[in-house]
Ligand binder design. Structure first.
Ligand code: GSN
Length: 222
């Protein structure tokens, strides 16, 4: 059994970026999927969830929660967080922007008006986020410090998700497209993109039932 254990539901959600980062760091992990309220309550009653929330990751004898804290720990540990504090703050700025965009995409299935939310995402992606990365990648192979970092991993994940929703969205962003090409040649990433890997499929509204059951939410099922 792998030493790193992920506890979440069997969807992309907030855990998917952690799966991506571990993959790039070439760290093996096992997954434990919450499918019932009882399984979630067991984690809670065992005192494993500091704020009663998942993602939770068991690593190095700790039970880590809070997605960003987990990503930062893994990035630090596996040299994916820059060489100094100036690199790190840039990586964090890029990463925070990408997490904002990512959040809009992963919460789409819970939206009552998916069409208008899709329009907002497309506009924000094209006008606010993608131009930033396109400009930086004009004369840089990777976003910060000439080597792969957390920010690059999140950019690849996010742009692949955008293309699932808006095929051709990178038509005007050739540097990002080339960057995707470079990143997907990294063997661990190439394997992760193959069928049968631990990468999760696009989310749809069927996940609402599980989320309502496990977390006692009351999200309307269309
Ligand atoms: O980013 C984080 O890890 C936290 N700031 C939020 C985690 C979170 O919202 N987890 C949800 C399930 S997955 N959602 O996106 C959760 O555990 N909800 C249970 C609850 O009672 O809040």
């Amino acid at each position: 059994m792998a030493e790193v254990k992920l506890h979440y539901i069997n969807v992309r959600g907030k855990m998917e970026s952690i799966r991506w980062l571990l993959t790039v760091a070439q760290v093996e992990f096992d997954e434990f999927f919450l499918t019932t309220r009882e399984e979630y309550l067991k984690l809670l009653n065992d005192g494993d969830l500091m704020f009663q929330q998942v993602p939770m990751v068991e690593i190095d004898g700790m039970k880590l929660i809070q997605t960003k804290a987990i990503l930062n720990y893994i990035a630090e540990k596996y040299s994916l967080h820059g060489k100094d504090i100036k690199d790190r703050v840039m990586i964090n700025m890029y990463s925070e922007g990408l997490m904002d965009l990512n959040e809009m995409i992963i919460t789409l299935p819970f939206s009552t008006d998916e069409k208008s939310k899709l329009d907002i995402i497309e506009t924000k992606a094209k006008e606010r986020y993608l131009p930033v990365f396109e400009k930086q990648l004009c004369d840089h192979i990777y976003l910060v410090g000439g080597k792969v970092s957390l920010a690059d991993v999140l950019l690849l994940e996010c742009t692949l998700m955008l293309e699932e929703k808006f095929p051709g969205i990178l038509g005007d962003f050739r540097n990002i497209k080339s960057f995707q090409g470079r990143m997907t040649q990294i063997p661990a990433i190439s394997r992760f993109l193959q069928p049968g890997s631990k990468r999760k499929p696009q989310q749809d509204k069927t996940l609402t039932k599980t989320v309502n059951e496990v977390f006692n939410y009351n999200i309307k099922i269309p």
